[in-house]
Design a protein around this ligand. Structure first.
Ligand code: NAD
Ligand code: DAU
Length: 337
């Protein structure tokens, strides 16, 4: 029987991961440790909140005593999702990113050592590799070259994980995934922002020329990757995950307009993100070869399913859209409607 401490389980990917695990493995119990920032939402896990193998603990990874108390509940493994995750917010104020992503990770690593965990999984991102030109892919050997305060804080955390693995023999692995989409994603990120705006006939803000490329993967494919890294990953190793699904932001925007039957006049070109990375693309052959993982969702099926989810969960969207993040958004990119 494993007892997993899952940090950030009330966010987008963490909540999908917890649901996936509770539905697929009755020998695993889950402690969801989350401080409930603007991005953390208990409503993401309402359906499993009374599951006998599930416990929620409200706590902050930057608080050493709260982390130690949670670890003392018999934790055998740690899967670390908690982070400040939005690039635009890191450009506005990098403080919370350094605190949570770097210092929070250091505190979690200390606790993982102290409590002798069997496996520690650091959920990182392809953004630590920087930006690609028109050709090539990120492999696990690509040097770190983070460009935003967000990706710099994630790279700092990765280096700490590698140092703890090397120095203290901590059984840690790192995963680096490309852009996720799917249900429960906070509508500040491109796909949920655009889908929820379009469903209300509101305009969508395309940054700069819209020719930046992202490699899209369904969140449940990322979840099976993290699970495989936890179960089979070799300590000290890094595993990349991606969807082999590159799209420019503008092509993706047109696709969303088509699928929702909305006019192109809803596109608004707004000022570019400062330091905007041009292209991400992941080579995930190592994970396929060594973990037996591969993405199961086609983008066509995944995006239709995701749009359907946002259509069916209007109350979830309204609960979020009424909060103050929209005023933050407009202060950054202007009132685009
Ligand atoms: P998210 O912003 O949706 O959720 C983050 C969660 O962490 C929230 O529930 C929040 O309350 C919690 N949290 C934040 N600070 C905390 C703190 N100090 N203590 C405890 N909990 C805290 O993020 P996400 O999109 O689900 O991303 C999860 C992880 O996956 C992150 O580490 C991110 O860097 C990584 N990642 C995300 C993507 C993506 O496309 N979204 C891709 C690759 C990697
Ligand atoms: O690659 C993995 C990363 O993907 C994760 O580590 C991050 O946590 C996650 O937020 C995501 O980062 P991006 O910056 O790529 O995602 P975002 O959805 O913010 O933006 C996707 C692209 O769309 C990017 O080129 C910026 C652009 N964009 C975004 C928004 C929100 C727009 O043109 N308009 C928008 O309104």
């Amino acid at each position: 029987m494993s007892t997993l401490l899952i940090t950030g389980g009330c966010g987008f990917i963490g909540s999908n991961f917890i649901r996936h695990l509770l539905h697929s493995d009755p020998s695993v119990s889950v402690i969801n440790f989350d401080s409930l920032t603007y991005a953390g939402n208990l409503a993401n896990l309402t359906d499993v909140s009374s599951h006998p193998l599930y416990t929620f603990v409200k706590g902050d990874i930057t608080n050493r005593e709260q982390v130690r108390a949670a670890m003392g509940r018999g934790v055998t493994d740690v899967i670390h999702f908690a982070a400040e995750s939005h690039v635009d917010r890191s450009i506005q104020d990098s403080g919370p990113f350094v605190r949570t992503n770097v210092i929070g990770t250091q505190i979690l690593l200390d606790a993982a050592r102290e409590f002798g965990v069997k496996k520690y999984v650091q959920v990182s991102t392809d953004e630590v590799y920087g930006s690609l030109g028109a050709d090539g892919f990120f492999t696990e050997e690509t040097p770190l070259h983070p460009n935003s305060p967000y990706s710099a804080s994630k790279a700092g955390a990765d280096l700490l994980v590698q140092a703890y693995q090397h120095t203290f023999d901590l059984p840690a692995v790192i995963t680096r995934c490309s852009n996720n989409y799917g249900p429960y994603q906070f509508p500040e990120k491109l796909i949920p922002l655009f889908v929820t705006n379009l469903l209300r006939d509101e305009p969508v803000p395309v940054y700069g020329d819209g020719q930046q490329v992202r490699d899209w993967i369904h969140v449940l494919d990322h979840c099976t990757g993290v699970e495989a890294a936890w179960r089979q990953g070799k300590p000290g190793e890094v595993y990349n995950f991606g969807g082999r699904c590159e799209k420019t932001n503008l092509d993706l925007t047109h696709l969303l307009l088509d699928l929702l039957g909305k006019p192109q006049t809803l596109i608004r070109y707004v000022k570019d993100r400062p330091g905007h990375d041009r292209r991400y693309a992941i080579d995930c052959t190592k994970a396929e070869r060594e973990l037996g993982w591969s993405p199961a969702w086609t983008f066509d099926r995944g995006i239709r399913d995701t749009i359907h989810w946002y259509q069916e969960n209007e109350a979830w969207v309204t609960g979020i859209k009424n909060k103050d993040y929209l005023s933050y958004y407009e202060s950054q990119y202007g009132h685009f409607s």
